[in-house]
Design a protein around this ligand. Structure first.
Ligand SMILES: [Zn+2]
Length: 273
């Protein structure tokens, strides 16, 4: 939608100037007939600012450029994705659950955490799961300089490649936040941006049954489910609820006839007409 490679913060800055300009016109009684144009300009500026901010933070829109939110398919397939790991003991426990039910998943790992726990990265790959890039230090990319955005994804890719021999082809920006420049950097590096369509806010540890209910009730064919095996770079919160909830989510969705796939398989469903 936007060809201009502008940062969100610059767009909001520009809109602030327009809003102030509109208010000043109105205050000075300029352009008040046939309607209060200055006031309307200010109102539109504020609304557009909200729209741009929501476009940067909400996962399911392509206002700033293409992102994958879910697969376009009538097949009953879903992708489990886990962010912020690897993080012992939870990543290992989760891998045990996935193995028990023979379910593949996709792990968007933080470079720093991968460096600390390469054995978990090797296990993720050895057990047939897919890896994704979740930046090196989990910073808010909306606030980072373009060069830093580049460094963050590049470094995470290098860390993962040093462990597995291959850098991931998919990326999930921390919190899903992106603007035109962030998306441009990802595109330049040949990385596909993957958001999600189902989130349970499991990172707030709301209780196993809440995570399961919020997830299962929203799932449909092609859903990409967001869960967390890690806790940013701080790595202090428990992910025991997510591990237990994953077991129930798998059981319930399997009972409903869903099959679990990696994000790669969702991507093929995205590209089909
Ligand atoms: Zn994250």
């Amino acid at each position: 939608m936007f060809d201009v490679k502008m940062r969100l913060v610059s767009m909001l800055g520009l809109l602030t100037v327009i809003v102030v300009f509109g208010l000043v016109l109105d205050y000075l009684h300029v352009l008040r007939r046939p309607m209060r144009l200055g006031l309307w300009l200010a109102v539109l500026g504020i609304l557009f600012g909200f729209f741009l901010t929501l476009s940067a933070v909400l996962p399911d829109n392509t206002v700033f450029g293409p992102v994958i939110t879910e697969g376009q398919t009538s097949q009953k397939i879903v992708a489990l994705t886990f962010d912020d790991g690897p993080y012992p003991p939870y990543t290992g426990q989760l891998l045990d659950v996935l193995k028990e039910y023979d379910v593949p998943a996709t792990f968007f790992v933080i470079g720093k955490n991968a460096e600390k726990h390469p054995e978990l990265i090797r296990r993720i790959v050895a057990e047939g799961h897919q890896l994704g890039n979740h930046t090196y230090s989990h910073i808010d990319l909306l606030k980072a300089e373009p060069a830093e955005v580049s460094r963050e994804v590049e470094k995470a890719g290098r860390v993962i490649a040093a462990i597995t021999g291959e850098a991931p082809q998919i990326v999930r920006p921390p919190h899903g936040f992106r603007d035109p420049v962030v998306l441009d950097v990802m595109k330049e590096r040949g990385l596909k941006v993957v958001e999600w369509s189902v989130a349970s806010r499991d990172w707030t540890n709301p209780g196993v049954s809440v995570i399961v209910e919020r997830t299962v009730s929203r799932v449909k064919s092609g859903s990409v489910i967001l869960l967390h095996d890690g806790d940013g770079v701080a790595a202090s919160a428990s992910r025991a609820q997510t591990v237990e909830a994953t077991r129930h989510i798998i059981r319930e969705l399997k009972a409903q006839g869903y099959r679990f796939v990696t994000v790669n398989e969702i991507l093929t469903k995205q590209e089909e007409p």
